[in-house]
Ligand binder design. Structure first.
Ligand code: PEP
Ligand code: MN
Length: 263
C-alpha cells in the first residue's frame, strides 16, 4: 500500500489544515523533551513569529539510561496542546505504548513513533487503528525495506496518513551521533508515495553542521526537516549537546529560506 507502484501520486498528509508533502517544505521544530509550560511557550512564541507551524516535544522519552529524565507523560501532552492552541501550532509528540495511542489522540496532531519503536508491531497496529497522522522514524539499524514494511503495518490498518522520517543509522563513525543516510531520501521518494522528512538533530548530534545537512536533505528531495530547539540548550534535560537556541533556530530558518520555501 505504501509503494509507488500502488499509487503514483504523492501522498499529502493533512495535519488539520496544514499539508505535509505538498508544494512547500515544512520544518518541525521544538525541544527534545517537554520540560515545562514556560519552556514550551518560549519555543512556540518564536515559532509563531517565524511562521513555523509544527511544534515537537517529547512527553514520553525512550532514554538509554533508566536514571535519565523520562518525560512528563500525559502532563507533557497537555502542556503541548495548551500552548499550541494559544499560538495556532500543530503538535508532534512521541508515543511509546500501544495503550496510550487512543489517549494521545486527544492532545496531539501527529503521533510520532520513534526509532527505537519502529518495529514495535503492536504500537504500529495501534497507530494504524486511529485517524491521526503518524510520523514514523527509521530504526537505528533498519533497512529501507524494513522501514517501509513498518509503515505498511500502519497503513494496512486503515491509517493512510503516514510521514516517514530518516534520522540517521548506526555506523562505526563516532564524530556524528548517527550517520545520516542521505540516499534514503531519494530512494524512499522513489519507492513510496509517502512524504519524507529528515531529522537533522538526531542524525548528526551536533549543531555546528545543521545548515549544510538541512540543505543536503532538501536538495535530495526531502519534504521537510525536523530540528531540536530549546530556549537554553545547555540546561536541557535531554540532548543538551545537540539542541539549538531560539536565535540559532531563526538564523537556520532564514538561511534555508534563501533557497527553500520552508514553513
Ligand atoms: C525524538 O525525536 O525525540 C527521538 C527520540 O528521536 P529518535 O527516535 O529518532 O531517536
Ligand atoms: Mn532528542
Amino acid at each position: 500500500l505504501v509503494s509507488r507502484k500502488r499509487q503514483s501520486k504523492d501522498t499529502v498528509v493533512m495535519v488539520g489544515d496544514f499539508p505535509v508533502g505538498g508544494e512547500r517544505n515544512v520544518m518541525v521544530a521544538g525541544p527534545c523533551s517537554v520540560e515545562s509550560e514556560e519552556q514550551v511557550r518560549q519555543v512556540a512564541q518564536t515559532m509563531s513569529k517565524l511562521g513555523i507551524r509544527l511544534i515537537r516535544g517529547g512527553a514520553y522519552k525512550p532514554r538509554t539510561s533508566p536514571y535519565d529524565f523520562q518525560g512528563l507523560g500525559e502532563e507533557g501532552l497537555k502542556i503541548l496542546r495548551r500552548v499550541a492552541d494559544e499560538f495556532g501550532l500543530k503538535v508532534v509528540s512521541e508515543i511509546v505504548h500501544p495503550a496510550d495511542i487512543e489517549m494521545a489522540t486527544q492532545y496531539v496532531d501527529v503521533i510520532q513513533i520513534g526509532a527505537r519503536n519502529m518495529q514495535n508491531f503492536e504500537l504500529l497496529k495501534a497507530a494504524g487503528s486511529v485517524r491521526k497522522p503518524v510520523l514514523l522514524k527509521r530504526g537505528l539499524a533498519a533497512t529501507l525495506e524494513e522501514f517501509l514494511f513498518a509503515a505498511e503495518y500502519i497503513v494496512s490498518r486503515g491509517n493512510t496518513q503516514v510521514i516517514l522520517c530518516e534520522r540517521g543509522i548506526r555506523t562505526y563513525e563516532k564524530w556524528t551521533r548517527n550517520t545520516l543516510d542521505i540516499s534514503a531520501v531519494p530512494i524512499l521518494k522513489q519507492e513510496s508515495h509517502l512524504p519524507v522528512l529528515v531529522d537533522i538533530s538526531h542524525s548528526t548530534g551536533r549543531r555546528d553542521i545543521l545548515l549544510p545537512i538541512a540543505k543536503a536533505a532538501l536538495a535530495a528531495g526531502a519534504d521537510g526537516i525536523m530540528v531540536e530547539a530549546h530556549p537554553e540548550p545547555s540546561v536541557a534535560l535531554s540532548d543538551a549537546g545537540q539542541q539549538i537556541n531560539l536565535n540559532q533556530l531563526e538564523e537556520l530558518l532564514m538561511q534555508l529560506r534563501q533557497t527553500y520555501d520552508l514553513v
